[in-house]
Design a protein around this ligand. Structure first.
Ligand code: ADP
Ligand code: MG
Length: 420
């Protein structure tokens, strides 16, 4: 209705200080305020948070946000409080007293937004608490974590299917930046949201220039790339192993580019320190495994570099999507060699999981290989993977458009190597 629309817009102006909604935001917000369920697929940086924050503020009660990003909850809540929103969180980093304060605020109806780690929602004590207060909306952020096939799978997300049964009158909104049809379907099924309306934004990120170069001496190639194109810029360098993360960070630092490592083998304090330096300082480079990046909202990441092949196109898209959230020109650069593919093939064959799991992993790798080997527009190939049409046959802002490869068919030697 018109009232809902104007209330939503008024909240956007008054609380968040923004002129207007972007893209699908407005349609999502109005649908959820009216009590509808929604599944929202939007690329990283498109503004998924407002899709649940505005309804939480407009509808009576507390918006309950499920998020796996425990390390970011404090920051998110602080940022909301700075805007005058009464936000709180509950996760394992809190002590008993801190949690009790949040519980009391929730029961008193004083909270606009309550962020919860998914494992908390499995606890009877949490469900009991929630049933004693008033909830305006359930938001399930990073909803692809419910997918067993993705690298972000969280078993605790499976329990979220209960929310609809326990709170049939509370709208639910699931949000993700992972857009393949399989994941999309899995989210809808596993979260038990058959009646949800689906909102799918364009996944094109026109300001990101995609480039994939043949891998010869990756650390040196990276260094020249950074010196020539991104001196003094903030960015992320992804490596597969902890060891190469450490070595690459050292190498860059030794060569005058300030870089810090980030991987799951570092203690929590070091990781938190490196992450917050990256967010706060200008021009810092983080060299990381894929443990780094989900949920990070730094607008001026000017490049994302891959020294090793991502395991899937989804992963590649998510990781490169952390560049250029401010809309300014940015680069997604990757050094790619067939040896990476062969190595990953071996890892899949000898690795964990049942036959079906290994087959999926191999399919994901094949799609990634196809993106690397294509002689056509990379953006077009990327969007086609997500089932979306590119606006033009050639984007003009990827390596294959800027310097069309010779029509030597690179896929023949690739297939030969892989069929062994
Ligand atoms: P996502 O979760 O989709 O990756 P976020 O919700 O973190 O994205 O938003 C990304 C950035 O875009 C944030 O800095 C946010 O404040 C900004 N943003 C979102 N919506 C709008 C809007 N309508 N107008 C201006 N800025 C917006
Ligand atoms: Mg987000």
């Amino acid at each position: 209705t018109g009232t809902t629309a104007s209330e939503a817009l008024a909240t956007l102006h008054r609380v968040f200080g923004y002129e207007s909604f972007r893209g699908e935001q407005e349609a999502v917000v109005e649908h959820v305020i009216a009590g509808g369920d929604a599944v929202v697929l939007m690329p990283t940086g498109a503004g998924k948070s407002l899709c649940y924050q505005v309804p939480a503020l407009v509808r009576p009660g507390t918006g309950v946000v499920v998020s796996p990003l425990i390390a970011l909850m404090q920051d998110q809540v602080d940022a909301l409080r700075a805007l005058g929103v009464n936000a709180g969180f509950m996760n394992s980093t809190q002590d008993f007293d801190e949690r009790r304060v949040v519980e009391a605020e929730f029961l008193a109806g004083e909270l606009d937004l309550l962020y919860l780690a998914p494992e908390r929602l499995r606890l009877d004590s949490t469900l009991d608490l929630l049933s004693r207060g008033k909830i305006s909306v359930f938001a399930i952020d990073e909803a692809h974590c419910v997918s067993q096939w993705g690298h972000d799978f969280r078993p605790d997300y499976l329990a979220l299917s209960l929310l609809g049964e326990r709170w049939p009158d509370v709208p639910r909104i699931a949000l993700t930046a992972t857009a393949t049809r399989a994941t999309h379907q899995e989210i809808t099924e596993r979260l038990n949201m058959p009646a949800a309306r689906h909102f799918v934004a364009s996944f094109d990120r026109p300001n990101i220039q995609y480039r994939i170069v043949p891998k010869t001496d990756p650390k040196k190639q990276l260094l020249s790339f950074l010196r020539e194109e991104h001196p003094g810029d903030a960015g992320i360098v992804y490596c597969l192993s902890r060891n190469s993360v450490e070595k690459t960070a050292e190498f860059l630092t030794r060569n005058g580019i300030e870089a810090v490592p980030y991987h799951a083998g570092l203690d929590a304090g070091t990781r938190a320190a490196h992450q917050s330096r990256f967010l706060r300082e200008d021009g810092l480079v983080v060299v990381a495994t894929i443990a780094f990046g989900m949920g990070i909202d730094k607008p001026d990441v000017r490049f994302v570099a891959h020294l090793d092949l991502p395991k899937s196109v989804e992963g590649y898209y998510q990781e490169t999507g952390r560049a250029g959230r401010d809309g300014l020109p940015s680069t997604a650069w990757m050094a790619y060699g067939l040896n990476d593919v062969i190595q990953q093939r071996k890892l899949i064959q000898s690795g964990e999981g049942d036959e079906a799991f290994r087959r999926r992993a191999a399919q994901h790798l094949d799609a990634m290989l196809a993106l690397c080997e294509t002689v056509r527009c990379r953006r077009g190939q990327l969007l086609a993977y997500f089932g979306q049409e590119a606006d033009a046959a050639a984007c003009g802002n990827c390596d294959t458009c800027l310097a069309p490869p010779e029509t030597w068919d690179g896929t023949v030697p690739a297939q030969k190597l892989l069929s062994t």
